[in-house]
Design a protein around this ligand. Structure first.
Ligand code: AMP
Ligand code: GLY
Length: 426
């Protein structure tokens, strides 16, 4: 089977690496850091003659890429634009949760300062203010400081902080508890749960510092048992698919539930309409068989065959650029990737990386449109080109072994201003 993966981060690299063990895989547009393992292309997915297209990020889904590909008869894993509203509009999400009786925080929608202030009074602190539209994971403020909440509300509604995405906001009741990322592979009516993971969202050790796209992840999650996962399936994923079906939306793709384990049971924080990043970099390496077949069946709306999941543990440490998350520094040469890749139980996934100048900048071959995989990475050949630069995954029989392998890999890699958390999985 020829599988095309759409996207350019470590998540797409993790998909491609797994799928390429038994299938031909091309990533578009990909990044230069993937080329050690897989082919990349600058051609659009539909032009690569795929048997299956897997769409990684949310933006093309919200923009209707799955609809366009499906309309030309291509099997595509990823929801339609209508289904992608679960992530593209927090107001749509919360309304659907209310209709489907999915357990989640109480909420209200505000488009004016007065409506917002009334909701602050109704729910009390901590104040939770979310942009309705997509904001690259940065549109949420949780604070107990009323003045800060009011300032954030005003900046969002005025379009100052997040443009049009913020001129409508969702304000929620605050919840408390540990968080969990749960992934369901859906074929429109039914779903199978994939291994769950935990994401480390804050920049610094001990969960200090600003929120990021995710600085690390672990799977499995030791303090979460099968009962919790079943409850997420039966109280959240199932009713959500049923409600979508009632709205005429057949959801075929990954549904990622961000869940908070509160004192009164698991509650939904949000849905994403794609795999998590960096969760994909721990979950996908643990799937040791049947991934392509399961994705294809889901894309076709057919019964999803079972996956083989290893009982190994995985941990991912994200290597971020100097200045991340506010203003990541680009162009710093990277060394040590090949040395890390050659360690037992260590995988290195490329994210915000580019080739050093010239034709290999984004993996595009000078003459054709697809560049062959290159097998290895020389020191200094890649430079930083984004906030989250690389994701280093360690696999082991225990979390402790996975952890020591991941950090051994991390310590071999270097670039100017490199930042990473030392406490992932500890
Ligand atoms: P979201 O983008 O909706 O996942 O929100 C980002 C982060 O904000 C979540 O991972 C939570 O840590 C936090 N958060 C979101 N909603 C709430 C809530 N209702 N109560 C407490 N924390 C929340
Ligand atoms: N790890 C959080 C996300 O993918 O949204």
């Amino acid at each position: 089977m020829r599988i095309v993966v759409v996207g350019q981060g470590a998540r797409e690299h993790a998909f491609a690496r797994n799928l390429s063990e038994r299938h031909e895989v091309i990533v578009t547009p990909g990044n230069a850091g993937m080329r050690a393992d897989v082919e990349v292309s600058s051609l659009e997915a539909g032009r690569l003659d795929p048997d299956l297209v897997v769409i990684g990020p949310e933006a093309p889904l919200v923009d209707g890429l799955a609809d366009r590909l499906a309309a030309s008869g291509i099997n595509v894993l990823g929801p339609s634009a209508a289904g992608a509203q679960l992530e593209g509009s927090k107001a749509f999400l919360k309304q659907l949760c209310a209709e489907a009786k999915v357990p989640t925080a109480a909420f209200g929608v505000a488009t004016s300062l007065q409506e917002g202030l009334e909701l602050f009074d109704r729910f009390g602190p901590p104040y939770v203010i979310k942009t309705d539209g997509l904001a690259a994971g940065k549109g949420v403020l949780v604070t107990s400081d009323r003045a800060e909440a009011e300032e954030d509300l005003a900046a969002k509604l005025a379009g100052i902080s997040f443009g049009a995405a913020g001129t409508r906001v969702v304000i929620e009741e605050g919840m408390q508890g540990r968080e969990l990322s749960v992934f369901a592979l859906c074929n429109g009516r039914d779903f199978v749960l994939l291994p769950a993971a935990r994401d480390y969202k804050r920049l610094g050790d001990g969960d200090q510092g600003p929120n990021t796209g995710g600085m690390g992840s672990i799977s499995p999650v030791g303090d979460v048992n099968a009962t919790v996962l079943e409850e997420v399936g039966s109280s959240m994923i199932g009713p959500t698919l049923d409600r979508l079906t009632a709205l005429g939306i057949e959801y075929r793709g990954i549904l990622y539930a961000g869940v908070m384990l509160t004192a009164s049971g698991p509650k939904l924080v949000e849905y994403n309409v794609r795999f998590g990043d960096p969760e994909a970099e721990v979950v996908l390496p643990r799937i040791t068989g049947g991934l392509a077949e399961a994705l294809l069946a889901a894309a076709r709306g057919e019964h999803i065959p079972s996956l083989r999941v290893s009982d190994q543990s995985a941990i991912t440490v994200v290597l971020a650029a100097a200045g991340y998350p506010e203003d990541p520094k680009r162009g710093a040469p990277i060394s040590g990737i090949e040395a890390a890749r050659s360690l037992e139980g260590v995988l290195v996934f490329g994210a915000g990386v580019a080739g050093r100048g010239g034709q290999s900048q984004d993996g595009e071959a000078p003459d054709g449109q697809t560049s062959n995989r290159q097998g290895s990475v020389r020191d200094g050949e890649l430079v930083t080109a984004g906030g989250r630069v690389l994701a280093v995954t360690g696999l082991g029989d225990t979390l402790a072994q996975a952890r020591s392998r991941a950090y051994r890999g991390v310590e071999l890699i270097d670039f100017d201003g490199l930042q990473y958390r030392r406490d992932i999985g500890s």
